[in-house]
Design a protein around this ligand. Sequence first.
Ligand code: AMP
Ligand code: MG
Length: 420
Amino acid sequence: MLSTADALATLLGAAVQIDGEQTLPTLDALNRVLAADVISPLDVPPMNTSSMDGYAVRLADLAHGDRRLPVSQRVPAGHAPQPLAAGTAARIFTGATVPPGADAIVMQEQTESAGNEVTLLHTPKAGEWITQQGADIRRGAVILPAGTRLTPQALGLAASVGCAELHVMRRVKVAVFFTGDELTMPGEPLKPGAIYNSNRFTLRGLLEKLGCDVTDYGIVADKLDATRATLRDAAREHDLILTCGGVSVGEEDHVKPAVEAEGRLSMWQIAMKPGKPLAFGAVRRAPVGTESPASAASATGHATARAETFFIGLPGNPVSSFATFVLFVRPFVLRLAGVRTVTPRALSLRADFTQQKADRRNEFLRARVNAAGGLDLFPNQSSAVLTSTVWGDGLIDNPPNHAISAGETVRFIPFSELLN
Ligand code: AMP
Ligand code: MG
């Protein structure tokens, strides 16, 4: 059995970044991945600004002990000031440009004004309450490197230097389908022996949160021909084909022979719980000219630049498919998308429970942060219990052969790191 670390390293080693870039209005670029560095064309702030309502002064004028100055101008934000006349103060407001010649601001609360004069009750230091030009960003600085996923804050930062458009990667195109004769869609009556296709909802949601362009082929009939045809069709237009179910050892299933016939497949037993089986491989793309005219047009596009489409087969158990997705598919897809940092950040937290039985596999336990800052464990850790994934707010990454004692520090990966 492969360790989780080896499985992840193999996947990331095989991932090839997609090509295909586009320019989007900054307002429409949320969650996209930057295809090029964003370089600031200006200093931020672009001029020295006051960070208080008050009075701008020349320190040299205060050297003689005179604290009463005539007010020579009024500078609201958004207006260009005159140079500050010697021996005077300028009334100034937060965000306004500091008049040339002024070297400090005295906040309003430390002054007394009478008529057109102000008395300073405080002697400022040089630069007091002045935000220097370029204090946040210097012109020419890389403010967001290529490979950054654009958060709302990143969009704000790009906008703060005046970027109206951003150069981003196109979305990763993922085809997904589900196997299992027992699967029924919500809305349909449940026949004896059937279950609802919950994974369709979980996996589609996970893919959409990752910003993928998803084609959902639904439940594919459990026949070799149908499975091969779906793989061939999906391979043309997508970067990754994801399937769910039927990858356990020895199972009579059509996904494995279908992928072997249409491409190549490695089946892995990963030493993890939940989610032992995972299939990884690729499906050949039909050579240009052999497909229908509609898809031939896009064969010149970026999605078809490679000779094959990646394939990942997830186990069918709901918690297993969820865990294998967030731990393996997510970093793989992010790497295809050009994201540099794909590993989730973990926290060291105290276990407020005891788990006496050590498992020889790497366990990913559903747990929740309690009010005392420790971790509680969901009582039923079965790979079929989807409730645990809703109750929990992350996974404890428990190494193989390790029992957990209350009070011990464990490695916790919050869902906020795995679902974004
Ligand atoms: P499999 O990986 O096909 O051996 O399936 C393992 C278990 O997961 C079985 O109990 C299946 O019924 C269940 N399962 C498979 N696919 C799904 C699905 N899409 N939604 C919910 N449960 C599923
Ligand atoms: Mg099955």
